[in-house]
Design a protein around this ligand. Structure first.
Ligand SMILES: NC(=O)c1ccc[n+]([C@@H]2O[C@H](COP(=O)([O-])OP(=O)(O)OC[C@H]3O[C@@H](n4cnc5c(N)ncnc54)[C@H](OP(=O)(O)O)[C@@H]3O)[C@@H](O)[C@H]2O)c1
Length: 248
C-alpha cells in the first residue's frame, strides 16, 4: 500500500486520531519512501510491515507481528488491487483476449489475498477504535469497485478485474454472514472509491469527465467518513464513495 490512495489513507488515519496507531503494509518497505517519510513524522504511531498478497506466509508473518506488538486490531482496510500491469496484465476488451494467467493473477491479488488477510487477522479484530467514540465492533473495509457489481454490469469488458472484484464481494458478504452468526463484534463492508486519479485508473481516464475523476484526497476523505459512520446494520453491504448502496 505504498502507492497513492493507500498512502493518503495512512496519512488521514494518522491525522484524524492523534492517539491512534496505524500499521501500513507494502511489498517493499525499504523502497516505500512515502511511508518512510511519514514514519519519520510519526515514529511511535506508524509501523510499516512487509506483505505480499500473493504470499500467504507474508500475511501470516504480518498477523504474528501485529499480535506481538499490538495484540488487537480495530480497523482493517484491504486497499490494494490490480487492474493492469505493463507487459503482464491487460484489461480485456473481448472474450478472445481472456487468458488464464490474467484471471488467476487478478483473483489472487484482488480477491484471495484480501480474504486471507481477514482470515489471519480475525483473532485480532476486536471492538474499539473509531474516529469519534469507542466503537462496539471492529471494522473490515475491503476496497472493491463498482464494475464488480453483476447487477450494474451494462458495459462488459475487463473480465478479469470485474470478476475478481465480484469474487471479493461474494467472499466478503459470506464472511459478514458468518461473523453475524457467530456474534462476532466485527462489521465487514465493501467500498467503491469512485474513479480516482491514481496509477490504476490513469491508462483509462480518457473517457472520464473531469467532474467524475476524483482526487485521491477527496476519495479517501469520503471513504473514511463512511468507515467512521458504519453501523452494525451495515454488515455485508457494498457502498459507493457517496454512501449509496451498490447492487450486487
Ligand atoms: N483508482 C480508481 O479509479 C479505482 C476505482 C475503483 C476501485 N479501485 C480500487 O481501489 C483500490 C486502490 O486503488 P488505487 O487506485 O489506489 O490503486 P494503485 O494506486 O494502483 O495502488 C494499488 C496498490 O496495490 C498494491 N499491490 C499490487 N499488487 C500487490 C500485491 N501482490 N501485494 C500487496 N499489494 C499489492 C500496490 O503496491 P505497490 O506499490 O507495491 O505496487 C499499490 O499500492 C484497489 O482495490 C482498486 O481496485 C480504484
Amino acid at each position: 500500500m505504498e502507492n497513492l490512495s493507500s498512502l493518503l489513507m495512512v496519512r488521514q488515519l494518522l491525522e484524524r486520531n492523534e492517539n491512534g496507531h496505524v500499521i501500513a503494509t507494502c511489498r517493499k518497505p525499504a523502497a516505500a519512501t512515502g511511508l518512510i517519510n511519514m514514519k519519520n513524522k510519526h515514529p511511535e504511531r506508524l509501523s510499516i510491515l512487509q506483505l505480499d498478497l500473493t504470499s500467504e506466509s507474508t500475511i501470516e508473518e504480518t498477523s504474528r507481528t501485529v499480535k506481538e506488538k499490538y495484540g488487537v486490531l480495530h480497523l482493517l482496510i484491504n486497499a490494494s488491487g490490480i487492474l493492469s500491469i505493463p507487459d503482464v496484465l491487460h484489461p480485456e476488451t473481448t472474450l478472445s483476449k481472456v487468458q488464464k494467467s490474467s484471471l488467476l493473477l487478478s483473483y489472487e491479488v484482488n480477491a484471495i489475498g484480501p480474504i486471507l488477510v481477514i482470515k489471519h487477522m480475525w483473532p485480532l479484530l476486536k471492538a474499539g477504535g473509531g474516529h469519534v467514540t469507542d466503537r462496539e465492533f471492529a471494522v473490515v473495509a475491503n476496497l472493491s469497485a463498482r464494475v464488480g457489481s453483476i447487477g450494474d454490469n451494462g458495459l462488459g469488458g475487463w473480465h478479469s478485474y470485474r470478476s475478481s472484484k465480484a469474487a471479493l464481494n461474494q467472499l466478503t458478504k459470506t464472511i459478514s454472514v458468518e461473523f453475524a452468526r457467530r456474534k462476532e463484534p466485527i462489521v465487514c463492508i465493501l467500498l467503491h472509491p469512485g474513479t480516482v486519479d491514481t496509477d490504476l485508473s490513469r491508462p483509462f481516464q480518457r473517457n472520464v469527465s473531469p467532474a467524475k475523476l476524483f482526487t485521491k484526497e477527496y476519495s479517501v476523505q469520503k471513504l473514511l467518513s463512511i468507515i467512521d459512520g458504519v453501523k452494525t446494520s451495515d454488515n455485508g453491504k457494498f457502498f459507493a464513495w457517496d454512501g449509496q448502496e451498490i447492487p450486487w
